[in-house]
Design a protein around this ligand. Structure first.
Ligand SMILES: [Zn+2]
Length: 480
């Protein structure tokens, strides 16, 4: 049996984070909205309607293209790709075929071992990036199929790689780096739970050392990194067994689906070829002519990419894991940046954002986007810094902010958590403490410095943590 290697390529679909859809003015954020409420005759595919390309989507797709080092093609155009599906009422998708928006890019990514240490840095060539519109969504219930067109017309980027990946782990590491890049340049939110990023993965085998590409199996519609890894691992093993039995590769290209529950692939059909789609240039949209100046301006405004961001965070003193946590989540890193900007204190910012905020979000099973935003966290910090609350009660306030969605000041107010810094109130508490702890006072006077801690502790307990510990200490020393 010859030594075989897996040859893997990906097609990645990412929804663009635009205000409106690709070819009409409908709201592009349908999340949580009732079915078929963010639609119009254009995205419903009514005959006689005219699509108009979304400039914001084109700009975002150019940003993504530049971030993955593609060449933006100044002359590119839309094509009709014909196929019938109930969630595609026009009977065709508006996509790009022979003249895509961008081509020939490259992405460098780290391959890590099980404990997250980088083993090696690899590169994967990008064939092309093109724009298209998404189809609607079908829900099957028994014998009935429900159709929701809210997603119909959502702007998509399709990013196609060269077959440069050699294992399921590499494919997943590559896809995660691509996701970070798309988030960093704000081209896509790439929220996997909301299906904003989906993969088709092609895999074939060949004898190591040979160059020929054999017929491949394409696994459609994988929507998490876990399914991408599992499906590729499964399919590689299946193709190896077939090779052993047949003495060679599968005879022709095939398309398979991944059954998440059963953890196996299922044959769908022989792979369709471009001829099957009857592509032709979209007659309702003129070719896009993008000039150099426009591309240069977008390039100039490109935000830092994940690699640069990571470097910046590590220079600030975060470790690699913390830096990765931030670059993996756009909202989290904007909160961290705002907190660091205000405090200029890496330790404090990471404790507040990565330990407290993230910890409370995890226990409340909430996503970062559902928690307090950067303004809300900055308000909490100002309440600590102006002495309204102690750092200790701030933790409790943060937890309540995450759980209730209320602001820091509303929580402090309604829970009566203001720190007691009024001297006379603290003096009264200190006097009570001295009276209640005669033994501790004696030990302190006999030279046991630690005994003072017990008295301060008594005051803090009595004041439910609201006395300013610095003041308690000072007043206590003055008194004895
Ligand atoms: Zn519409």
């Amino acid at each position: 049996m010859p030594e075989l290697e897996a040859i893997i390529g990906l097609e990645v679909h990412a929804q663009m984070s635009t205000k409106t859809k690709m070819f009409c003015g409908c709201d592009n954020d349908a999340f949580g909205k009732p079915p078929n409420t963010t639609v119009c005759p254009i995205c419903m595919g009514h005959p006689g309607t005219l699509p108009a390309p979304n400039k914001e989507a084109i700009i975002k797709a150019i940003k993504a293209s530049l971030a993955i080092k593609c060449t933006v093609n100044k002359d590119n155009h839309f094509d009709r790709k014909h196929y019938f599906y109930p969630d595609l009422p026009a009977g065709f998708q508006i996509s790009q075929y022979d003249f895509p928006l961008a081509s020939k890019g490259i992405i460098n990514y780290d391959v890590k071992d099980a404990s997250g240490n980088v083993i090696e840095n690899r590169e994967c060539r990008i064939t092309r990036l093109h724009m298209e519109n998404d189809a609607g969504k079908l829900t099957h219930r028994g014998a009935t199929t429900l159709c929701d067109y809210n997603r119909s017309g959502t702007p998509l980027m399709e990013i196609v790689t060269e077959p440069d990946l050699r294992s399921a782990d590499e494919a997943s590491a590559f896809a995660q780096e691509l996701r970070r890049i798309l988030i960093a340049v704000n081209a896509s939110e790439a929220d996997m739970f909301k299906g904003m990023m989906r993969f088709d993965a092609s895999i074939s085998l060949r004898e190591k050392g040979t160059k020929k590409l054999n017929p491949r199996s394409e696994i459609k519609n994988l929507n998490s990194f876990k399914s991408l890894e599992k499906a590729l691992t499964y399919e590689e093993k299946r193709l190896r067994t077939l090779w052993e039995k047949e003495g060679g590769p599968i005879p022709n290209d095939i398309t398979v689906g991944w059954l998440d529950d059963e953890e196996k692939t299922k044959m769908l059909r022989d792979k369709e070829t471009a001829d099957d789609y009857r592509y032709f240039p979209e007659p309702d949209i003129p070719p896009l002519e993008i000039d150099d100046k426009f591309i240069e301006q977008i390039k100039k405004d490109l935000p830092p990419l994940p690699g640069e961001q990571k470097e910046k965070y590590m220079e600030l003193g975060l470790d690699e894991k913390q830096a990765n946590q931030l670059i993996d989540q756009a909202t989290l890193h904007s909160i961290f940046d705002a907190v660091y900007e205000q405090t200029k204190d890496t330790k404090r910012a990471s404790s507040l954002v990565l330990t407290q905020l993230l910890g409370f979000l995890n226990s409340a099973e909430k996503d970062v986007s559902e928690g307090p935003d950067s303004d809300a966290v900055l308000e909490l910090i100002s309440k600590i810094d102006d002495g309204t609350i102690s750092a200790n009660s701030a933790k409790e306030v943060m937890q309540k902010m995450v759980e209730s969605g209320k602001s820091a000041s509303a929580i402090i107010e309604s829970e009566g958590m203001q720190q007691i810094s009024d001297d006379s109130a603290i003096e009264a508490l200190v006097d009570q403490a001295i009276e209640a702890n005669p033994q501790a006072i004696e030990s302190y006077k006999a030279g046991k410095e630690a005994a003072l801690g017990a008295i301060v502790g008594w005051v803090m307990k009595e004041s439910k943590g609201q006395a300013d510990p610095g003041k308690v200490n000072k007043i206590l020393r003055d008194r004895i």
